[in-house]
Structure formats: C-alpha cells, structure tokens
Design a protein around this ligand. Structure first.
Ligand SMILES: [Zn+2]
Length: 258
C-alpha cells in the first residue's frame, strides 16, 4: 500500500463497474490504476475520480494495475468545467502531460505545472493564455525551453529592427542570415517575438493582464503548438476538439453584431 496525490488525466471503463484511470503523480510519474466498482451508484469513491481533479489516494500494488483503495478530493476545480473552452483546454493539457511523462518516474515539475494550470482555468483566466503558458513551461520542464532571445544558429541577440523566423526543430528563433527549409520554419513578427519573451520572462498573472491583438495571440499559438509538436514528436489528438469548440463562438459573435 502507498499514498500519493494524483491528477486524473484520462480514464476508460473496464467490465461492468470498474474504471481504469491514468494518473499523474508528483513522484511516481504516470501510472494506471483501477477503481473497482466505481460505476455502481453506491460506490464510496465513485464521485471522486473525475478527470481534472486532484485526489489524495491510497493504492495497493498489484500485478497489472494498482488498485485504488481510498480516494478523497483535494481540489475538484469545478468551475473550469462550466465553460466548454476551458474544459477542452483541460483535456489538451492533460494529453500533453500524459505524453510528456514516463511511467514510474519523478514528475514533480510537470505535476506542479498542470496543477497550477487547472487552478488558473478554474479561476477564469483566458484558456488560450493558460495553454500557451503551459506549453512554454512544459518544454522548459522537459529541458527544451524555447530560445526567444538569440538566434539558434549564430547565437546573436535578436534586435527589434530585423526579421526573424521561428524554427521549432532547431529550438526557437533564428535571424534572417540563415535559410532553414520552408517546411520547418514560420515568419515571426516583432509583436509575436515580444509575447514569446513575455511567456519566458513574466509570471502568468502578469501575462493575463496584457492587452494583445488577436492576430498576435494567434501567431504565438501557432508557434508554440508547432514547438510542442516537435518536443512531443506528434500532434495532440485533443487539439481538434479544442479548435472545434472555439470556432462556433466566432460564428456567434458575427451573428450578434450583424
Ligand atoms: Zn543567426
């Protein structure tokens, strides 16, 4: 038997009444555990083991999946589930965490990052800012912090009056002296570079207060998503859902104004 804090990343149903949970823990990394009888109405731990909740768990070691014997909710973060975009963002961040962390390995930096991100979403912070802050922090936690101050090729500090490219496979910003393959780079505006630097230098509370043109946020979103795709070596499945829930909102605002 052992005790741990854990955040539920995903789950699937098993047999008549059980659920298998993928958990992120600070010290045991990612692990799968079974919650037996949890789908029965009178289950003692049923209501506790929801996605995006932080739990206090007692587990019994077993051959395939460890068995959850006790569960209580540390943080439910119920408000983040009230809005579709923050829920979809929570799924996206859970998926990135699941991909980033090994089983049974120390994972405190990623755990702390995800915990804070869920708290921020629950507090009502703009999901897109939380997602960018998380992507930047995740790459950093994995030892692949994006370079946003210097050219990744010649190490020169980038100045305001030049043109830049974003080259995720090489680790970040590049000056115009070099010619990376077109498929591996995107142009980067000065405002987008400044915002990327803000994600590196500022705390999320300060970033949340910035007033930014939508085009600059979209540019940085594209840049950091590409970067994370390189870091984790593939596209996140949950992005399609996240983009889908965001599109109708733009459609509605057009209707409202027209
Ligand atoms: Zn250069």
């Amino acid at each position: 038997m052992y005790h741990t804090e854990a955040i539920v990343l995903s789950r699937f149903e098993l047999g008549e009444a059980d659920r298998v949970l993928t958990l992120l823990t600070p010290h045991d990394g990612k692990l799968k555990a079974i919650a037996k009888g949890v789908r029965r109405p009178r289950s003692r731990i049923g209501g506790a083991v929801e996605p995006f909740a932080e739990l206090e768990l007692v587990l019994a070691r077993a051959r395939t999946f460890d068995v959850i014997t006790q569960a209580s909710v540390g943080h439910a973060w119920l408000s983040l589930r009230d809005r579709l975009e923050s829920t979809a963002t929570a799924w996206y961040l859970a998926e990135l965490s699941e991909r980033a962390v090994e089983e049974r390995a120390y994972a405190y930096p990623v755990y702390a990052l995800l915990r804070r991100a869920y708290q921020l979403l629950d507090d009502g912070m703009a999901p897109t800012r939380v997602a960018r802050w998380f992507e930047f922090g995740l790459a950093d936690a994995l030892g692949m912090r994006p370079e946003v101050e210097r050219c990744v090729e010649c190490d020169r500090v980038l100045e305001a009056d030049e043109t830049y490219r974003w080259v995720p496979v090489l680790g970040g910003t590049m000056c115009s002296q070099h010619l990376p393959p077109p498929s591996e780079q995107m142009p980067l505006s000065l405002d987008a570079l400044k915002l990327l630097r803000a994600y590196r230098r500022l705390d999320i509370e300060a970033i949340a207060g910035l007033r930014l043109p939508a085009a600059v946020e979209a540019e940085v979103e594209s840049a950091l998503r590409r970067f994370i795709r390189v870091v984790l070596e593939r596209e996140a499945r949950s992005l399609a859902f996240l983009d889908e829930v965001r599109t109708p909102r733009q459609g509605r605002s057009v209707t409202a104004t027209g």
